[in-house]
Design a protein around this ligand. Structure first.
Ligand SMILES: [Zn+2]
Length: 80
């Protein structure tokens, strides 16, 4: 599993909500995700989570997470 910068995507936590600062698919700003504490904890334990972006239904497969980034199974950067 590659955990390089190209396979990461930043998120932000506000209270108990998880926001994606920019959707990798449609570039929408500050997208509120359906992720809650339980899914974040699973992701941080490297249990695969699927995040469907509510803005455009783009799918992000999350393999791992830290306090700032999701680690994904595909390159999200460099796409447009
Ligand atoms: Zn989107």
């Amino acid at each position: 599993m590659k955990l390089t910068f190209e396979y990461t995507w930043p998120y932000e936590r506000m209270m108990n909500d998880i926001y994606i600062s920019e959707c990798p698919f449609c570039k929408k700003d500050n997208v509120l995700t359906s992720f809650k504490e339980e899914q974040m904890n699973l992701a941080k334990e490297a249990i695969k989570q699927i995040l469907i972006m509510p803005c455009c239904h783009g799918k992000i497969t999350i393999l791992n997470a830290d306090d700032d980034y999701f680690y994904t199974d595909e390159k999200l950067r460099g796409q447009s």
